[in-house]
Design a protein around this ligand. Sequence first.
Ligand code: SF4
Ligand code: SF4
Length: 337
Amino acid sequence: MERKLLTKDSYKLLISKIISGKYQLVAPVKVDALVDFRRIKSADEITEDYIVTVSSAKSVAFPRNEKLFGFEKNNKKLEQTDFDFDSIPHTVLLGVRPCDAMGFASLTSIFCWDSVDKIYTTRLERTIIIGMSCAKADASCFCTSVKGNPGNTAGNDLLLTKTPDGDYITEIVTEKGAKLVAEFYELFREDKGAEKEPLLANVPEVFELDGILAKINSKFDDEVFWSEQAMRCLGCGACAYVCPTCACFDIQDESHGKTGQRVRCWDSCGLSLFTLHTSGHNPRQNQGQRWRQRLMHKFSYMPDRLNTVGCVGCGRCSRACPVDMNIAEHLKSIIDN
Ligand code: SF4
Ligand code: SF4
């Protein structure tokens, strides 16, 4: 893979040039005591002091809520205003961790499964992902257990790895990444050949993925197992909202007088209303069944149907959970029981 070097001064210049050009730049910033992705206007807003951001970067391609089309009733006629593809911005997404970058492959497999979701694919096509390797990790990280690693290039267009001098080894992963480097060629130097591996965090493997994939289906009917795992789950949905690979959504029509819009918004299979029928029947009646769905979808249905695991081991769900549910521990217990 071709490599270049971006010095620390050139890095700041690159950010300034991106902001003043045709792209919007989304990057990690401090939001009170937390770090999350925001659109930025100056290089000084960016922070590198994070293991992962609170939310994943998925909203760039799959926003929390978005208008799919508008409608207006005129007498007895209904007029529709189609989705405006020109409104999708060209975006550079900076500081994405390798686990999050891998998450886009999971999302793409879902949004292009039986038919192609053109809104999602156009958003992603107009996004250039500049990842940042992980120099540190915490106890919630488990990317190496799901075939990732702290310096994984997959899913990135460019991957930066910070050297002890403060410069960035720049791996050019895709054509899109190469075009961005060509656009700002004067900022990139010849690579000095520094070793990348010693600069990466140590993320120990906490479970054997093949063992989980082989055993999870046999646990499906074990109601006690799932209800014990989910005993303290509040069904708040936080785990799904922060997850880079969760893609559940709801479609709603909102109208005011004669005008309205159809909106798509994030949802979660962990919420009790998600499967509630209008008859009042709910095929997933308790939290154990909902938790089972979450794990089965990621570790059985997605591998079977889409040939991908629906988890990249970012650990966000465990960090965000108000009652300390730990997905890696729960996955481990599938092998242990
Ligand atoms: S399930 Fe949890 S650990 Fe896995 S990708 Fe989603 S937030 Fe990250
Ligand atoms: S964040 Fe925790 S409590 Fe909330 S739905 Fe997820 S597992 Fe349950």
